[in-house]
Design a protein around this ligand. Sequence first.
Ligand code: IVH
Length: 674
Amino acid sequence: MVERVPREAQARAAELRREIERHNRLYYRDDAPEISDAEYDRLFHELADLEARHPSLRSADSPTQRVGAAPGTQFATVVHRVPMLSLANAFDDADVEAFDRRCREGLEVEKVEYSCEPKFDGLAVSLAYEDGVLVQGATRGDGARGEDVTANLRTVHSIPLRLEVRRAPKLLEVRGEVIMLRRDFEEVNRRALERGERTFVNPRNAAAGGLRQLDPKLTAKRKLSFFAYGIGTAEGFEAPATHAKLLDFLAEAGFPVAKNRRIAHGAADLLAFYREVGAGRAALPYDIDGVVYKVNRSAEQERLGFVSRAPRWAIAHKFPAEEATTELLDIGVQVGRTGALTPVARLKPVFVGGTTIENATLHNEDEVRRKDIWRRDTVIVRRAGDVIPEVAGVAKAGPREPRDRFEMPAACPECGSAVVRLEDEAVARCTGGLVCPAQRKQALLHFAQRRAMDIEGLGDKLVDQLVEGGVVRTPADLYRLGIANLAALERMGGKSAANLVAAIEKSKDTTLPRFLYALGIRNVGEVTARDLARHFGTLDAIMEASAEALQEAPDVGPVVAESIATFMNERHNREGIEQLRAVGVHWAEGEPARRARAGPFAGKIVVLTGTLAGMTRDEAKERIEAAGGKVTGSVSKKTDYVVAGAEAGSKLERAQELGVRVLDEEEFLKLLGA
Ligand code: IVH
């Protein structure tokens, strides 16, 4: 039985399809979306729903049909009606000048007009549109025959399923490059890492793998992109008179085309284009491996014709490679500002991406294992965009004696503290947070923070100077600073030196939660520090507690407990703490636990709203917590008090609705006993 679809449903489906395709073009071709992802999803789901109710609306060019096909077992062969040629290469200025000379002589003109564009580093494909609808997509293969990867190419969102033209040609083959954006490449590799799979060496390999998946659903996950740069067979199509106009036509028809393209006259112009694109290469969201110069006028292209398998009217001017192979001399370890240990490749110097590289990151121990990298292997080094050079993989294994295998050291190369690697973490870390020179600046800044020891005026510029000048090594050194030490520093007058010394002195009188937080123990934030202080009462109790005992404190799980125990077990850190006590840092021991249990807010849940005249919100929070209460963000039936300052808003209303007790500032202070 033929399904009868109501007129309105037909019209709405057509409208949705047009809208969705328009937003696709805005997003993928123009990089200028007009609606949010959520709104897009709404349109998409409305269309999918309509089509589910009326399956006959589900045409092949519907945007819902991008990932429709079932997995295949192999790809059919496609014979290219017009062969897919390659390009001759130019590597230096002289090659480009020779190309220009050949074109001038062949055409017998003084100056040739060229169309210049980037050379995308991906895979060439050909897309056949019959009467404007995408019917076949094929890889280049050997140029004469490729593979039918239509189902996979349909998942590429920047490939239009229907040409956006007034009169569709009977047949038009659009040619271009399938690529993977750098950010999608990083995402693919991140996911591979999570699953313990091998990562891809570069976006091109990741794109190639994606294109050759037998299951289009897997291709869709790779998020491939497409740029059009030419056409193949055409029937019922009047080809534009120049290449530039052809690209304009393709852009109008819905394809992304290179944005940085330009008309040039003569070799000097070509070289200027090359330098400009080269300089902007790192900032592009995708890899390019050169630029392509094409004689602009189609009539002139025809006159020049072809040599063997490449056109005489075009040439690729290659950039210095972003990849190279070299020998891995050694694997060292670098300690980062947060204590993370990163294996670093020491390489036989190699020229990559325009500079000489001697060191490259190996990320972490698991990466070294997964890529199976050993000392003395020949490796592929890659440097793309602004990213740090990395060892992408092994080109050829070396002798691989036992000493060539990489092992993470057990002690930090900077400070000798123990190195640990917590479960669930890919990264090995130095546990000497308080004493490790690599972590010094970070540790001091954290220590001095307002929410930690609250040393006013000790910012990053000053910490840089103090550490680089060797004046301060550990937090305890701060308390040994005199006005004279400080006044000797750049941009530091006698007055500010005196202020800083006073601020440091003042910070000695602190609380246990602040001190604990200031130590910079991994995974110990302010809340955990407070919970620990309240539960254990004294620093010594915390220092002596086992990982099991630590977990008895509220909200302390195994990971946090392990971090604390590891930190406290490190001799260097214990010494650092002792030094701080010795220079006079102190707090009321045992206080928090007792006061909290007996305090006026013991066990109470409090919400703060509006502005208090006499204290900041942070101070109010601290006072409530010191008095045994807990501060939460939203009012519920469980809330005991809402403290309302000036201009209290919806939280006050909610409290009144629920009948929660509201305290004004005066009542609040009274209850605090202030
Ligand atoms: S034109 C007959 N333009 O480079 C000329 N090719 O080395 C056809 N490529 O197989 C190619 N960006 O995969 C052309 N803007 C561009 C290109 C480009 C990348 C690739 C293409 C081709 C290879 C030739």
